[in-house]
Design a protein around this ligand. Structure first.
Ligand code: CA
Length: 239
């Protein structure tokens, strides 16, 4: 069994087709046709991945995605009927892992599902020692005991940078990491996320700096106290 996939889709034929393809590929698939049922189902059944249609009766995919993100990091692939919607969805920073536009081939959907699961499975959970802790299951980062109250995007950025202290990433690399479909995301988007992230880090502990600009290149992670002394609190990376 490859995992349990929840399909939230009100077009019954489409849901059945996806379900068949997923089952043929060794997945367990469950279908829900109403947005209202999705959040309780995810809570009760802890699926491996959610295929979430945007337009749903009861509750739309955006609301469902937002609420699921409050308690779960389950991979979510948003499905939308219009390609223009994707730009708007990206702007909303829902914390979805991928987007698929209708019409699609079921084969493509299965490939994307596998791809997202592979990617998520290979991601590491960072348990930083010292004063920074990253809790991936709740998208929660605490610094010196203070919850930094990060958005999903900010959390992903910090987690990604902190996984390789000292390694410099350019903006494109960071965007690739945060947005899977970055046609409309500009360099400034990353700068603005970093700015907000730093502000929150500073609010959590004004004596610590974590994200450093590398002029003309990009950003890197390093645990530094304001006095400039390098702390020995290097994040520990565990599976
Ligand atoms: Ca629909």
């Amino acid at each position: 069994m490859n995992g349990k996939i929840l399909i939230v889709e009100d077009e019954k034929k489409l849901a059945a087709l996806l379900s068949d393809y997923l089952k043929q590929n060794g997945f367990e698939a469950c279908c829900l046709g109403n947005g209202l049922d999705a959040v309780p189902w995810v809570r009760d059944h802890a699926p491996s991945l959610v295929l979430l249609d945007l337009m749903l009766p009861g509750r739309d995919g955006i609301e469902v995605c937002k609420e699921v993100r409050l308690f779960s990091t389950v991979p979510i692939i948003m499905v939308t009927a219009r390609i223009e919607e994707v730009d708007r969805l990206l702007g909303l920073e829902l914390g979805a892992d991928d987007y698929i536009c209708k019409p699609f081939s079921p084969r493509e959907v299965v490939a994307r599902v596998k791809n997202v699961l592979r990617r998520v499975g290979s991601e590491q959970t960072i348990q930083a020692d010292g004063s920074l802790t990253l809790d991936e299951s709740r998208y929660r980062a605490t610094l010196s005991g203070h919850d930094l109250d990060l958005t999903a995007v900010e959390f992903k950025l910090l987690q990604f940078l902190a996984a390789k202290p000292g390694r410099i990433y350019n903006r494109q690399q960071l965007m690739d990491q945060i947005y899977r479909d970055q046609r409309t995301v500009s360099d400034r988007t990353i700068d603005s996320h970093i700015k907000k992230l730093r502000k929150k880090i500073n609010a959590g502990d004004p004596g610590v700096e974590l994200i450093h600009s590398v002029y003309g290149v990009g950003y890197k992670y390093g645990f530094l106290t304001r006095t400039g002394a390098k702390s020995d609190a290097t994040p520990m990376v565990t599976k």
